[in-house]
Design a protein around this ligand. Structure first.
Ligand SMILES: [Zn+2]
Length: 245
C-alpha cells in the first residue's frame, strides 16, 4: 500500500495546505498520515478557553475532527512549543521526525515551505526544515544510529514536496516562494475541505476575517524539493507519479 505523510505546525494547517490532496489520495487507496507538531497554544482566537491547557485540549479535539472529515488514516498531534519552534533545538526535532518516518515508511512526504508559506509564520519554516532533514536522514545508516540499534530500518521516502503558492500575501512579511512544479486538482473536494476547516470552531474568526477564498482554490500547489530519482524538473499533476511500491 502506498503511504503519504504530511507534516504541519498548527491545527488547521492540514486543511488549507493539504486538505484536497489528502482526500484525493485517500480516495485512490493511499494510506494518509498527518503529524501536527504543536497543539496551537499561541492562537489569537481562543474560543471559550479559559486557560492555555483548555485551548490546547479544544484544538486537539478540533484537529482530530478535521482529520476525520479529511479521511486521514492516522493523525498525530505533538506538543512542540507553538510560536517557539525556532528556539527549539534542531537535532532532537529532526531525530523525532526521522524516527516517525522510519516507523511510517511513507513513499511521499509533504511539508510546509521553508520561507514560512504565504503567512510567513516562522513555525511553518521550522516544520519544513525539520522535515527536510528527516526526509534525507531517515534513509541513512549513519544518522540517529540508536534508532537503528533499537530495531528500526533506514527508510527512503521517494519524493519530498513543499507547499507553495502562485502569489504572496502583501500584508505579511516578505517571503520568497518555491516555484510551482506540481498542480493537484482538488475541485471535487472543496466543500469537504471547507467543512474540515469549520471543524476548527475556535479558528472560525479567521474564516470571517480572510474569507474562504484560499480554501476554494481549484488546485493545491507544490514544489518538488527532492527525489530519489535524479531528474530535471517537470510539471506534474500527480504527487505519486513515478512512485514504486
Ligand atoms: Zn500554521
Amino acid at each position: 500500500m502506498l503511504r503519504l505523510l504530511c507534516t504541519t505546525a498548527h491545527p488547521d494547517d492540514e486543511v488549507w495546505a493539504y486538505g484536497g490532496s489528502l482526500l484525493r489520495y485517500r480516495e485512490q487507496g493511499v494510506e494518509t498520515h498527518v503529524i501536527c507538531l504543536t497543539r496551537g497554544a499561541a492562537a489569537t482566537n481562543r474560543g471559550e478557553a479559559k486557560s492555555g491547557e483548555e485551548l490546547c485540549a479544544m484544538r486537539t479535539e478540533e484537529f482530530h475532527q478535521a482529520c476525520q472529515i479529511l479521511k486521514v488514516s492516522h493523525a498525530a498531534i505533538l506538543d512542540y512549543p507553538d510560536g517557539g519552534m525556532a528556539q527549539f533545538d534542531f537535532a532532537p526535532a529532526a531525530a523525532d521526525l526521522t524516527r516517525r518516518i522510519r516507523e511510517i515508511k511513507p513513499h511521499v512526504i509533504l511539508t510546509l515551505g521553508l520561507e514560512g508559506t504565504v503567512t510567513a509564520h516562522v513555525d511553518h519554516s521550522m516544520v519544513g526544515l525539520f522535515t527536510t532533514a528527516a526526509f534525507h536522514w531517515a534513509g541513512r545508516t549513519d544518522r540517529f544510529k540508536d534508532q537503528l540499534a533499537a530495531g528500526l530500518q533506514p527508510h527512503r521516502a521517494q519524493k519530498l514536496y513543499y507547499v507553495t503558492a502562485s502569489q504572496t500575501w502583501p500584508e505579511r512579511q516578505p517571503v520568497s516562494l518555491a516555484p510551482v512544479t506540481a498542480r493537484i486538482d482538488v475541485r471535487k473536494y472543496i466543500d469537504t475541505k471547507i467543512s474540515a476547516f469549520r471543524a476548527h470552531s475556535s479558528q472560525l474568526p479567521l474564516l470571517e476575517k480572510y474569507g474562504d477564498r484560499s480554501l476554494r482554490q481549484p488546485e493545491e500547489l507544490f514544489h518538488l524539493a527532492a527525489t530519489i530519482m535524479p531528474q530535471a524538473i517537470s510539471n506534474e499533476d500527480d504527487l505519486f507519479a513515478g512512485i514504486t511500491e
